[in-house]
Design a protein around this ligand. Structure first.
Ligand code: SF4
Length: 370
């Protein structure tokens, strides 16, 4: 009876891309068959309401042994990017419709699922690993990738980002604890849009924070926040909710990163640097990543190719931000950069933490190829 009341409540939210019905003798949420078929055609793996994908860098690591900037900056994924499992426990549920999002935001629903309607962490992980196996199939027969493909079946790193807003999954603390408890896990990263500070507070309280938490920060002020992130769930107070997460970041008991995605026609202007710098000092993260918007996926329908920045432009902007933060009393330094990903990372020296999650000299323990 209680379950039915909750189902009614969720249905009232007018789900368009999810259905609620019986799966393996339990009533729960899953992505509709129609949307699922489109996503599978676009190379996603789907398990009920969760999604998984092999990202560009996972494929590159499988075939060429080239890993992404996270490996270069922090030593994660241990062993290389082929050992990264990028997935989302709520692949098509998000509170925003960000203009720069690569994902099909027009097929997102916006609601907070109740605990009794979602899959448990272990079931999600088993489900997405099966889907990941399916996505890896072609790599087992390729002599260049077959050995790395076998390694890829045992992820060392879990990237809870992909699509959808992970903090809307009501069992996220249990999921993080489950992933951290797996023998092969070296790191768990979560990227959040920051509009659900309650979940971050809960994760801190329940000692269930990821190894590294990313907060997206793409707007220096409220007006641009609404234009860039297009919040649809908290139309009235999305900025204030995000500010709460920003403030919380400075107190979280884990590695923290603020990621700024620069979009030429929206937030790149040097006039915004002072406002950005003030926000950085409130969040006081361990690292700040400044990167260019990339003209890929569904974002190509909303933004122009010219909205991407060249790496030198990203570097110039990041160095100005660094100067401004330090002028206002911070103590940050340029740590590293990666031209292929058009990204610069700066490090907080007054909240210092070793950049390496797995040190370069230890990497061989996790792969035959590093
Ligand atoms: S918050 Fe993330 S998943 Fe949601 S629309 Fe923005 S970029 Fe896409």
């Amino acid at each position: 009876m209680i379950a039915m009341e909750r189902i009614d409540q969720v249905i009232k939210e007018t789900l368009r891309y999810h259905v609620i019905n019986e799966v393996n003798s339990r009533i729960r949420i899953r992505i509709t068959d129609d949307t699922r078929a489109k996503l599978i055609k676009a190379s996603y793996g789907i398990y009920n309401h969760s999604t998984v994908e092999l990202c560009h860098w996972t494929k590159s690591a499988l075939v060429k042994g080239q890993s992404c900037y996270k490996f270069k900056f922090y030593g994660a994924p241990a062993g290389g990017s082929h050992r990264c499992a990028e997935f989302s426990p709520v692949g098509m549920i998000c509170s925003n419709r960000c203009v720069y999002c690569w994902r099909p935001t027009e097929s997102f629903d916006s609601f907070i699922p109740s605990e009794d309607l979602v899959d448990d962490p272990e079931e999600i992980v088993q489900g997405i690993l099966r889907e990941r196996y399916r996505l890896l199939t072609g790599y087992f027969g390729n002599p260049k990738s077959k050995d790395r493909a076998k390694e890829a079946l045992v992820p060392t790193h879990w990237s809870i980002s992909l699509s959808g807003e992970p903090t809307l999954y009501p069992k996220l603390p249990q999921l993080v604890r489950y992933l951290k408890g797996l023998p092969s896990t070296k790191s768990v990263f979560i990227v959040t849009n920051g509009e659900h500070p309650e979940m971050l507070e809960r994760m801190q309280r329940e000692d269930a924070l990821p190894t590294q938490l990313y907060l997206s920060c793409n707007a220096p002020n409220k007006e641009l926040f609404y234009r860039i992130n297009v919040p649809v769930m908290y139309r009235e107070d999305a900025w204030e909710r995000w500010l709460r997460s920003l403030e919380l970041l400075s107190r979280l008991n884990t590695r923290t990163v603020i990621r700024i995605t620069l979009i030429r026609s929206l937030n790149y202007d040097f006039k915004y640097i002072s406002e950005f710098a003030k926000l950085m000092l409130i969040g006081n993260p361990h690292f700040i990543e400044v990167k260019s918007y990339m003209h890929l996926g569904h974002s190509t329908f909303r933004l122009k190719r010219s909205d991407m920045l060249r790496h030198e432009e990203v570097r110039e902007w990041a160095m100005k931000l660094l100067d401004e933060i330090n002028r206002l009393g911070g103590n940050f330094r340029h740590m590293d950069e990666d031209e292929a990903s058009r990204i610069v990372v700066i490090q907080n020296m007054s909240r210092y933490i070793d950049r390496w999650i797995v040190r370069p000299e230890e990497q061989r323990k996790y792969s035959n190829y590093v």
